[in-house]
Design a binder for this molecule. Sequence first.
Ligand SMILES: Nc1nc2c(ncn2[C@@H]2O[C@H](COP(=O)(O)OP(=O)(O)O)[C@@H](O)[C@H]2O)c(=O)[nH]1
Ligand SMILES: [Mg+2]
Length: 317
Amino acid sequence: MSVSEDFLNKLVARALKGDRKAIAKIITLIECNPYIAIEYEDILFAKRHEFTVIGVSGAPGVGKSSIINLLIKELRSTNSKVAVIAIDPSSIISGGSLLGDRVRIRYLDEGAFFRSISTIPESDVPWKACPIIEFLGSIGYDYVIVEHPGAGQVDIKIHDISDILIIVLQPLTGDEIQMLKAGLLELGDIYVINKYDLPQAELFYNIVTSIIHSNEELTKSPIIKVSTISGLGIKELVNAIVNVKRELVRTGVIEKRRLRRRLACIKNAILSDLKAKLNESLTDIESKYEGIKYREIRFYELYNRVLKLIRDSVCRN
Ligand SMILES: Nc1nc2c(ncn2[C@@H]2O[C@H](COP(=O)(O)OP(=O)(O)O)[C@@H](O)[C@H]2O)c(=O)[nH]1
Ligand SMILES: [Mg+2]
């Protein structure tokens, strides 16, 4: 999908006035061709606005969308504008949890925005998510919340793009306890024990708290008891977000995290470029070597030829 500068300028002007159709259109353009975010950086991110990216990670079904729904309501009551991006790894094959997310995220007034981005199962946060996040932040959303299902373990990539990472757990799953013991949870800034209305929640909370707080670096990490049925803990969760953010700003760590997000974005953009070029080169070589007996072709030679093709192609661009 090609796009002209003039067309994009007009769309961005509309998006800045809060026109949802224009915002959705720009997101679709970035989704189809994320490189326009690099090419048209000055147009898309012309307005500078301070925003915070909150990653919400946890196994499918723990209640991420339900929590985000209440978070939107709570944050809107303080007049903050909130955009939500749901990364949906299942949608391509099954139609996915997309519908579930849509159904559960209901508090969408003029200051809130929801969009899901599909990706193939088991893949990381797609790199196109980064410019979309930055775009939403730059046009005036104060919080960009990214929902990402960590398939049983915390996804390192959601960590790379978040300013604040919330890890959601639920009582009574052995998986969760295993994950805690394996030290995979070290990446969170805030922990939520959701479904606190379920039996044994208290016991689970005590186990989780002792594991998390026994980690030297996490002794002060907030662990919030939440039930989206009763609304328990949502105000505390917002307070925890505000406190963590204040600390990140005070210590200057927030700037490091913003740079980390940019670098993760660029790294993934370049990796995806290189992968495409590698595949092109392999196809090219395959046709050139047709008819030659494979025993006559050395690994070393192939390696160098493929590498040269990639280099030539990178230099050409
Ligand atoms: N008992 C209970 N169920 C909940 C709670 N929060 C969410 N659920 C249910 O858990 C299921 C998954 O919720 P969802 O928000 O879609 O989870 P996600 O896959 O992590 O986004 C749904 O059936 C919700 O109704 C809670 O606090 N208590
Ligand atoms: Mg969900």
